[in-house]
Design a protein. Structure first.
Length: 476
C-alpha cells in the first residue's frame, strides 16, 4: 500500500497547525462518515473499507513529506517535528464491505486524538465515496440482469488508473462476475474475462479468416465478436461456420458477442441462426454503453442475451457521479466525558446527528426481512428482549424481531482488529444481505424509502442541541 499521508486537502493540515498551536491536537474527538440523501439513491453497497484500513495502517509522514510541507512555509518547526513521529492510534468502527447502507447512518466512525481524526478525513472519503458508488451501481446493474453474469469492462473509460482498479474491485463486491482489468485481477484475485476487439477482425483480410485464427489459438474458449461489419449477414454466419468446424475437431465453442446495433433484434435473430445450426449451447454476450435501464429494457423485449459486458456507465457511475459522502464531527471528550457536537444548517438535510452512536438493523423474525435501521447513543441499551421505541412514533417493536449491530471494530488503539475478507466473500455477503430487503426498497423507479430511525434519547439530544445553538446565535 502506498503512503498516502499527503492525500489530503490543505485545510486538514492548516487546521492541524491551529489545533497544535492551541494545544488541543491530542484532545479526543469522534467523527462519523455517512452519505446524504439523494433522489437516485434507494440503497448503497458499502465498499472501500479495506483500502481505508490499509491507509490507516501505513499512515506516516516521511522525510520527503516533511520537506515538502516545510517548503510551503505554512507550518511551524514544532508542528513538523510532531508530524515526524505521527502514526494513527485511534479506534475505528465500520460496517463490513458489502453491507447495505442508507443515507444519514454512519458507515464508519473514527474516535482518536483530534488531529489524527481530522487528517484522515479526505482520504477516507475518497476511498469510501468512490468504491461505495461503484459497488452500488454494479449491484443495480446485476439485479436487472436477473441472474445473467455481468462483466465489468470499464478500465479504458475510468477517470484514472486507480479509479479503474479499485472500481473493478468494487464492481465485484456489488455482484459482477468478472472484470476485464488484468491488474485488478492480479491485485485482488478477481476473475478476469475478455476475448477480442474489432481491431483483431480488421487486422485480417476477412472476417472469417480472423475468426479462424482466433479459434486456432483458443479452440476451447472461443468467443467471437460478430458486429465488425454486418452482424447477421456476415458475423453470425462466419462464426457458425468456425464453430461447427471446432465441434468436429472435438472442441466446444463458447459464444458470440454483439457490441452495437439493435441488441434485442440482433440477439433474437442470432439465437435463431445458432439454434438452426445445432449450436444451442453457444451463448450470446452483449456490450456497448449498457446500464441497468438498458438491460431492463432488453429483458422486457425478450432479448436472447446470456451475459452482459458493462463498461463506461458502470465504472463512472454515469447517472450519479458522486455519492455525497461527508465526514462530520459528532463529539469531543474532556476528561473522558463526551461532549456531543452537532452541525446546524438552514438546509435540514445537512443538520447532523450528534454524539457517538450505534447503528442497528431490525429484522422481522418470521420473514427475515429488514424492517428499518435504528440509531441510538453509544451505551444505550438496545436488545431483542426489550421493546424498541422510535422517536416521533407511538409504535413500539417488541417480541418478534432480531437485530444486528452494523458498526463493528476495525481498529482499536491504532491496531487493526477486524479480519480481512476476500473480495468474493464480500460479494457473497452483499448478495445475502440484499436478499433480506423487500423488492419495493430495491426497485429502480420510485423505490419505497427505507427508514433510518433515531432512538428517543438521540432525538431528544439533537433537539436540545439545536435549541441551544439557536438561542446562543439569536436565531430563535
Amino acid at each position: 500500500m502506498r503512503n498516502f499521508s499527503l492525500l489530503t486537502d490543505l485545510y486538514e493540515l492548516t487546521m492541524g497547525q491551529g489545533y497544535f498551536d492551541k494545544g488541543i491536537h491530542e484532545r479526543e474527538a469522534a467523527f462519523d462518515l455517512f452519505f446524504r440523501p439523494n433522489e437516485l439513491i434507494s440503497y448503497s453497497v458499502a465498499a472501500g473499507m479495506e483500502e481505508a484500513a490499509q491507509y490507516l495502517e501505513n499512515l506516516r509522514f516521511d522525510k520527503e513529506d516533511i520537506a515538502y510541507l516545510s517548503s510551503l512555509r505554512l507550518f511551524s518547526e514544532g508542528f513538523l517535528k510532531y508530524l515526524k513521529n505521527f502514526k494513527f492510534t485511534g479506534t475505528v468502527k465500520a460496517v463490513r464491505e458489502g453491507e447495505i447502507v442508507f443515507p444519514n447512518e454512519p458507515i464508519l466512525t473514527v474516535r482518536a486524538p483530534l488531529f489524527e481524526a481530522q487528517i484522515v478525513e479526505t482520504a477516507l472519503l475518497n476511498f469510501i465515496n468512490h468504491e461505495t458508488l461503484i459497488a452500488t451501481k454494479a449491484s443495480k446493474i446485476v439485479r436487472e440482469a436477473k441472474g445473467d453474469p455481468v462483466m465489468e469492462f470499464g478500465l479504458r473509460r475510468a477517470q484514472g488508473a486507480d479509479a479503474g482498479v479499485y472500481g473493478a474491485r468494487a464492481a465485484i463486491i456489488g455482484g459482477c462476475a468478472s472484470t476485464s482489468n488484468v491488474y485488478a485481477g492480479k491485485l485482488f484475485s478477481l476473475s478476469v474475462s475478455g476475448t477480442m476487439a474489432h481491431s483483431w477482425v480488421m487486422n485480417f483480410a476477412g472476417e472469417k479468416e480472423a475468426f479462424e485464427a482466433y479459434a486456432q489459438t483458443y479452440p476451447d474458449d472461443c468467443v467471437l465478436l460478430v458486429d465488425t461489419y454486418d452482424t447477421l449477414l456476415s458475423g453470425v454466419p462466419n462464426a457458425i461456420e468456425v464453430f461447427l468446424r471446432l465441434r468436429e475437431e472435438g472442441h466446444s465453442p463458447k459464444g458470440i458477442r454483439i457490441d452495437s446495433g439493435d441488441l434485442a433484434y440482433l440477439s433474437k435473430e442470432a439465437r435463431k441462426m445458432l439454434d438452426r445450426a445445432g449450436l444451442q449451447e453457444v451463448k450470446i454476450c452483449a456490450s456497448g454503453d449498457l446500464d441497468e435501464y438498458t438491460i431492463r429494457s432488453l429483458k422486457e423485449q425478450n432479448a436472447k442475451i446470456d451475459s452482459w459486458g458493462v463498461g463506461t456507465k458502470l465504472i463512472t457511475s454515469a447517472q450519479l457521479p458522486s455519492l455525497g459522502g461527508v465526514y462530520k464531527l459528532c463529539a469531543v471528550f474532556e476528561n473522558g466525558e463526551e461532549i456531543p457536537k452537532l452541525k446546524l444548517s438552514n438546509t435540514e438535510a445537512k443538520t447532523t446527528d450528534p454524539a457517538c452512536k450505534e447503528a442497528y438493523r431490525i429484522y422481522d423474525k418470521e420473514t427475515g426481512y429488514a424492517l428499518f435501521d435504528y440509531l441510538a447513543r453509544a451505551g444505550e441499551k438496545v436488545d431483542e428482549k426489550a421493546a424498541i421505541a422510535i422517536s416521533g412514533s407511538k409504535k413500539k417493536y417488541e417480541g418478534n424481531f432480531r437485530l444486528k449491530r452494523l458498526l463493528q471494530p476495525l481498529f482499536v488503539g491504532g491496531k487493526r482488529v477486524k479480519p480481512r475478507y476476500t473480495v468474493d466473500e464480500n460479494r457473497k455477503y452483499c448478495e445475502e444481505e440484499l436478499a433480506r430487503f423487500r423488492e419495493e426498497y430495491k426497485r429502480l423507479d420510485m423505490p419505497h424509502i427505507y427508514k433510518v430511525n433515531l432512538s428517543p434519547a438521540l432525538s431528544a439530544l439533537k433537539k436540545e442541541l439545536i435549541e441551544e445553538i439557536e438561542e446562543e446565535n439569536g436565531s430563535v
